[in-house]
Design a protein around this ligand. Structure first.
Ligand SMILES: [Zn+2]
Length: 339
């Protein structure tokens, strides 16, 4: 960590003297810090990586501040005809923008899982059939492949229909960890795509939070406990959970996970759950032995669970949003409510 602090001092003082402030983001010293993450001892790697990210963010903010200072100067169009009667344009700042609600909630969701010991990983917006299907126990020609009507490129690449495409990579990259007795705990949260007819509940582009947990002696109880802890944190209210059997090729057994409606009030009609008191929220299950095997894990010795949850679905419940299409509509009246 000492080296991060000294690089920070050095870059901040360099920044002062730079004409083009953005150059600081390309500094070799910063790149070297990123390169050094993998050399840290396992126990310190996450904290080290975060400290490097925090430094990069600090520098980006300083660069943005410097840029904003330049933008404050009103541009003058020297070619414009002169109008002696023109009003002098207002120099008052226009309204500030704000972080998009999806980005903000992804941060909140990621933080909650981070505190439970999960690493957070992005996904890919273009992937191959192996990661979309084969690695997830959908053999060639398996009818369940048709349940995922997504987009493909002419080269045969897939726009992922779920962030489960990361499962095989997540596990493979951490085999040493699971063998040394530490569980794999990763949340893959990113954009996914489906060939859907658009309506208030369906979008062709949305976000999914995929959880993967693998270790020795992991059970369905761990799965339910993890999701319950997360949802209680996310909705700020103690929730109950129940699971009902379901089918996915990549989990066995598979479940549909329901939570007790956090919005129900005694004796009042609840429009979130139509007063059913339970909300079917997501699909989950114990990772199929074939999926573990394909990623190099011995399913006789290790078990794990996985789930996939629509991010917009969670946000819509939390803020009582009736139409998923609002998120990408660019409607300011919608977005301003999240400032
Ligand atoms: Zn309710």
């Amino acid at each position: 960590m000492n080296d991060i602090n000294s690089v920070r001092e050095q870059l901040l003082s360099q920044l002062e003297s730079l004409e083009d402030k953005k150059q600081i983001l390309r500094a070799n010293e910063l790149r070297n810090l990123y390169g050094a993450i993998k050399d840290q001892p396992e126990s310190e790697r996450a904290a080290y990586g975060q400290a490097v990210n925090a430094l990069k963010q600090e520098l980006e903010e300083k660069v943005a501040e410097a840029d904003a200072g330049i933008d404050d100067q009103v541009p003058i169009d020297v070619t414009a005809p002169m109008d002696a009667n023109a009003e002098i344009p207002s120099l008052l700042p226009t309204e500030d923008g704000s972080i998009h609600p999806i980005s903000r909630e992804i941060q909140i969701i990621s933080d909650l899982f981070y505190r439970m010991g999960f690493e957070v990983s992005p996904s890919r917006e273009l992937d191959d059939e192996y990661h979309m299907f084969t690695s997830l126990n959908f053999p060639e020609g398996h009818p369940a492949r048709d349940d995922y009507d997504t987009f493909m490129t002419e080269e045969g690449l897939v726009a992922p229909a779920h962030t489960s495409t990361m499962q095989n990579r997540i596990i493979k990259a951490r085999l040493d960890r699971v063998k040394s007795g530490d569980p794999i705990a990763v949340l893959a949260i990113d954009r996914v795509f489906r060939n859907e007819d658009l309506d208030a509940r369906h979008e062709h582009t949305f976000h999914q939070a995929e959880g993967v947990y693998v270790g020795e002696g992991i059970t369905v109880g761990d799965l339910v406990g993890t999701l319950k802890t997360f949802l209680t944190g996310y909705f700020g209210k103690e929730v109950d959970a129940k699971i009902t059997p379901f089918y996915f090729p990549f989990t066995e057994p598979s479940f549909e996970f329901s939570l007790s409606c956090p919005f129900c009030e005694e004796d009042e009609y609840c429009k979130v759950c139509s007063s059913e008191r339970w909300i079917e929220l997501l699909g989950c299950g114990m990772i199929h032995p074939n999926v573990l095997k394909e990623a190099g894990v011995d399913p006789e010795r290790y078990t794990g669970f996985a789930w996939g949850c629509g991010v917009e679905r969670l946000i819509m419940m939390k803020y009582d949003i009736e139409d998923i299409r609002h998120f990408n509509s660019g409607k300011l009246t919608f977005l301003r409510q999240f400032k």
